[in-house]
Design a protein around this ligand. Structure first.
Ligand code: E4P
Length: 218
């Protein structure tokens, strides 16, 4: 299972990278705005800074919602750095754009996916990644994990190469449940990754080992 971090915060990306388990980064216009990154040049430079920190795929989202605009923006983003994956929304022109980039050999991440039908379309159009937003489904009392299960079955039935990128992950249990279901990738905040480290018995066990060692050394 690949671990992506879902942020545009450089310090957090570096912290996850330093842990040695990071496979990539996802961003979106809201996450870029949260870091105060505005203006085309600043946005491009920020993507380059992220690519310098991580070794893997970095999703950069288009703002255009028409086919020609998405093609133009996506081509420019892809030309920035070989690690850039063009993030395209699940709308009609977005499906056409996925096919356009797939035909050119440019990697894509189809975002804002909330149904199995949308995920099937994205795979048919040749998306490299499909991003079902599980946290946002949970927010409206719908089972986000059930959607991942459904997509897993559909993709396995037909051998689609599109990777299931569980997005809108909110906490560590989401990560574990996605791993059980067989999501190829998860993207979440740093806390969802670091939460995997934690167990009270590890902390108390280590404290005991160190205390016993100190006593024996006296
Ligand atoms: C996916 O790539 C999105 O950036 C993201 O996971 C959205 O998550 P949110 O619902 O926590 O905003």
């Amino acid at each position: 299972m690949k671990f992506f971090i879902d942020t545009a915060n450089l310090a957090q990306i570096k912290e996850a990278q330093d842990l040695g388990v990071l496979d990539g980064v996802t961003t979106n216009p809201s996450l870029m705005a949260k870091e105060g990154i505005t203006g085309a040049e600043n946005v491009k430079n920020h993507y380059l800074k992220i690519c310098e920190i991580v070794d893997g795929d970095v999703s950069a989202e288009v703002i255009a919602t028409d086919l020609e605009g998405m093609k133009k923006e996506g081509d420019a983003l892809a030309a920035l750095h070989p690690q850039i994956v063009v993030k395209i929304p699940m709308i009609k022109d977005g499906v056409k754009a996925l096919k356009y980039f797939s035909d050119k050999g440019i990697k894509t991440n189809c975002t804002l996916v909330f149904s199995a039908g949308q995920a099937l379309l994205a795979a048919k159009a040749g998306a490299s990644y499909v991003s079902p937003f599980i946290g946002r489904l949970d927010d409206i009392s719908t089972d986000g994990l059930a959607l991942i299960e459904q997509i897993r079955i559909i993709y396995d039935n037909y051998g689609f190469a599109t990777e299931i990128l569980a997005a809108s992950v909110r906490h560590t249990m989401h990560v574990i449940e996605c791993a059980e279901i067989g999501a190829d990738v998860m993207t979440g905040p740093l806390s969802s990754i670091e939460g995997l480290l934690k167990h009270p018995l590890t902390d108390s066990g280590l404290a005991t080992f160190l205390a016993d060692h100190a006593k024996a050394a006296q």
